[in-house]
Write a protein of this length. Structure first.
Length: 332
């Protein structure tokens, strides 16, 4: 695809709402491609960015730096700001309050890409903030913090969003930033595909191990595969074909997870290409005493089962186990 050189300039300014892992990475990559970006975040993150600027890397060896002097950092949505696009990058527990704030400050019909994992309840959110144009979006890859101001894309994949006329020009902009953005008429199968992949998050959080070590353990892999198998059967019953987020069809993906570890290590070498210390965001949330996104992952599988008049006992047990830890305010 030929990318117009001036796409970034003509597309208009971007507002990153929630400068964390995803916000800093996506916003930073767009800034590095010439897009005008404003970041709204917590004081501690803003101080870090003001001291170190942004240092972005990816698994192919790509590196981008944005000096602190070029960053526009804010503790709240700046008055009078007119972004052409908002990247809403807060986690689910902060969503309702953040949408309310955006709705109070931004012009009607401002497009807002909602990058939260899980099945974003766009209808309910739109009812709560009808003046914004909310669009579900999906980040297929992991972003981790490697040091002050350093955000690393640890896995691969194509960004996805609900197709809408207002997003058509942004495909070229994301492409120019080296971030391919696929537009989908129906985001539900895409969101379910990412959700299935994320069913490893609670397994990882409960294992107490880094992701790589956990995936190299056959018992933990089987636990993950069992959760996906349970969800997949329900999705098929509901006639939902989840999007393939990895290079493998879901059934092959499950077979690979169930292989003996020496074979798994050989075949899944791409899946294992990750920082040896990386943990799931759920493990990080538990460690920091924050609320997790378990209700939006295994909880969605439980809700799907209920809607079909059946049960999802394995996913339900995960919801309970993570809630217990969350309520006790401690890690494994
Ligand atoms: N990280 C990944 O690799 C990844 C991959 C795919 C999808 N996702 C999804 O992307 C979403 C964001 O994840 P993340 O890992 O980037 O989360 P994160 O690192 O916690 O970033 C969110 C940031 O937004 C801040 N925030 C919350 N409300 C705010 C407000 N009103 N104003 C300013 N800042 C606010 C949060 O502060 P507090 O902590 O104080 O609330 C936090 O610093 C999640 O829903 C996750 O499921 C993440």
């Amino acid at each position: 695809m030929t990318v117009p050189q001036d796409a970034a300039e003509t597309a208009g300014p971007v507002l990153v709402m929630g400068a964390g892992l995803i916000g800093c990475y996506l916003g930073g990559r767009l800034h590095a491609a010439g897009v005008s970006v404003d970041f709204v975040g917590r004081p501690s993150v803003l101080q870090e960015l003001a001291a170190h600027g942004l240092h972005l890397t990816d698994l192919t060896g790509g590196m981008w730096r944005v000096p602190a002097s070029e960053l526009r950092l804010h503790e709240d949505v700046p008055a009078g700001i007119r972004p052409a696009l908002v990247l809403l990058c807060v986690k689910r527990p902060a969503l309702a309050q953040t949408l309310q704030r955006l709705a109070q400050t931004l012009p009607r019909e401002t497009p807002v890409l909602c990058w939260q994992n899980g099945l974003f309840p766009i209808d309910a959110a739109t009812l709560a903030s009808p003046q914004l144009h909310l669009l579900p979006a999906m980040v297929p890859f992991n972003v981790m913090r490697r040091g002050p101001g350093h955000f690393h894309q640890a896995t691969a994949g194509q960004l996805a969003a609900q197709s809408a006329a207002c997003l058509a020009p942004w495909q070229a902009v994301f492409q120019r930033a080296g971030l391919s953005l696929g537009l989908h008429a129906d985001m539900r199968p895409v969101q379910w595909g990412k959700l299935l992949l994320n069913l490893n998050n609670p397994v990882n959080a409960l294992s107490g191990l880094p992701l790589k070590a956990q995936l190299l353990d056959a018992t933990h892999r089987r636990r993950y595969a069992d959760l996906v198998t349970e969800a997949l059967a329900l999705l098929r019953q509901a006639h939902i074909e989840p999007y393939r987020v990895t290079p493998l069809e879901w059934d092959r993906f499950l077979r690979v997870l169930r292989l003996p570890t020496p074979l798994f290590r050989l075949i899944a070498f791409r899946m294992l290409r990750m920082d040896a210390h990386a943990r799931s965001s759920m493990a990080e949330d538990l460690a920091a005493g924050r609320q997790t996104e378990i209700d939006d992952l295994c909880g969605e599988v439980v809700r799907l089962a209920r809607s079909l008049g059946t049960q999802a006992p394995l996913n339900a047990a995960m919801v309970d186990a993570i809630h217990r830890l969350q309520n006790a305010g401690r890690t494994v």
